[in-house]
Design a protein around this ligand. Structure first.
Ligand code: HEC
Ligand code: HEC
Length: 360
């Protein structure tokens, strides 16, 4: 249980100012616990990785999970909102999959409890990968003998190993390997005083003194560690009426209220992680803020009602850059083939079927 030890080993560290001493700076755990009903195995992770990279999980064979969550880079798509099937757009920006395994709820509005719950959605979502039905997904995979074999190996106890819920479990198992430990910040927290520059240390102190840590706390900077399924939600903007609200169209999307229908949840959002945030511009749920320095200004104004000096902004940005971790190397997996023919349909008409569509 190495990960718990890592978490325990990280704790309070002494810094110069009282405010900084009072908050808990924690290093990122190197591993995350898997749920009891989806233990990590090597073969499951291998299968999940193939599925993650396989564009044949989309209607026209054009999009894989990696199209919008590029693990060769920041785990997102660098776009304000993603381009799905046939150029379709949704209103939200793709978050990073790096360290998503550490979040207690998934999505900007927290509508999925776990990675397992999340992973089925995009495949069937009409504006993302747009597969017409579960049956069609299972049929395609079933025509690729190596997938059939890998599902059997990964889920040996089961009568029907090739299923949508096992597809989600395998992808989730792969995502649990996407952890980026050992950032400059983590090295500093573990005692290497030279790991951060002076400016970064100033930024870290500002981050605590200004009150960013009220929301962005914990090892993942996404709030307290809650049981899976319980999100840490905060109002954005907390202080309404700033110029940023209209400039970046911040309140049109009602966030958590779009899931619960409750007035009190209007413009409530899950507090996102700030790990690797330097690599995931543009920012916020609608991806309308182009740069990290502007995102920091927006946060200070809308969440804390503070105007920052340019020096403070630069210090905070330098600190946020120290949260960029080490990325375990990813190699593109070789994908199963169906010799002599294709599993993709020759026309959309062939894809008629049960069109029960889920939302991502
Ligand atoms: C067309 C682009 C697109 C594709 C393809 C796609 N996603 Fe996403 N993904 C998004 C967007 C946009 C969101 C945010 C939606 C929201 O929060 O409402 C998201 C959210 C997520 C999240 C939640 C992360 C967080 O911080 O809350 C995870 C995990 C994820 N996707 C994994 C996957 C997996 C696994 C696949 C493949 C099965 C996939 N995505 C396919 C665009 C895409
Ligand atoms: C009251 C809670 C709260 C406080 C205080 C707060 N934040 Fe945030 N932060 C949030 C929420 C909620 C979001 C997500 C908003 C959205 O996109 O809908 C967010 C998003 C961000 C993002 C963008 C992340 C992304 O992936 O797009 C950055 C960067 C950020 N915060 C930095 C800061 C900094 C720096 C401070 C202090 C100056 C701060 N935050 C203070 C709640 C808070």
């Amino acid at each position: 249980m190495k990960f718990w030890h890592t978490m325990l080993a990280s704790g309070l560290i002494a810094l110069n100012t009282a405010a900084v001493q009072a908050s808990q700076w924690q290093a990122l755990p190197e591993q995350v616990p898997a749920p009891a009903d989806n233990p990590q195995t090597e073969v499951k992770v291998e299968l999940g990785k193939m599925l993650y990279f396989d564009p044949r999980l989309s209607k026209h064979g054009t999009l894989s999970c990696n199209s919008c969550h590029n693990v060769m880079e920041g785990g997102d798509d660098s776009r304000p909102n993603s381009v799905g099937i046939s150029d379709a757009r949704g209103g939200r920006s793709a978050p990073s999959v790096w360290n998503a395994a550490l979040l207690s709820v998934q999505f900007w509005d927290g509508r999925a409890a776990s990675l397992e719950d999340q992973a089925v959605g995009p495949v069937l979502n009409p504006i993302e990968m747009a597969m017409p039905s579960e049956a069609e997904v299972i049929k395609r995979l079933g025509e690729l003998p190596q997938y059939v074999e890998l599902f059997q190996k990964a889920f040996p106890e089961e009568e029907k190993p090739l299923s949508m819920s096992n597809l989600a479990k395998a992808i989730a198992a792969y995502e649990r390997t996407l952890i980026t430990p050992n950032s400059a910040y983590d090295q500093y927290v573990k005692g290497d005083e030279k790991a951060l520059t002076e400016q970064q240390v100033r930024g870290m102190e500002s981050f605590a003194n200004l009150g960013c840590t009220a929301c962005h706390s914990g090892a993942n900077f996404s709030g307290p560690q809650l049981p899976v399924g319980q999100g840490f939600f905060m109002k954005f903007p907390t202080f309404p009426g700033s110029e940023y609200e209209t400039k970046y169209d911040l309140i049109k999307d009602t966030g958590r209220a779009s899931v619960t229908g409750k007035d009190g949840d209007k413009n409530m959002w899950r507090v996102p992680t700030l790990r690797n945030v330097a690599l995931t511009a543009p920012y916020f749920h609608n991806g309308q803020v182009p740069s990290l320095d502007e995102a920091v200004r927006v946060m200070a104004k809308t969440q804390l009602n503070k105007e920052l000096s340019e020096e403070q902004v630069a210090d905070l940005v330098a600190f946020l850059n120290s949260l960029t971790g080490e990325f375990p190397e990813q190699t593109m997996p070789r994908l199963p083939s169906n010799p002599n023919t294709t599993v993709l349909p020759l026309s959309d008409a062939e894809l008629a079927g049960d069109s029960t569509l889920l939302t991502h």
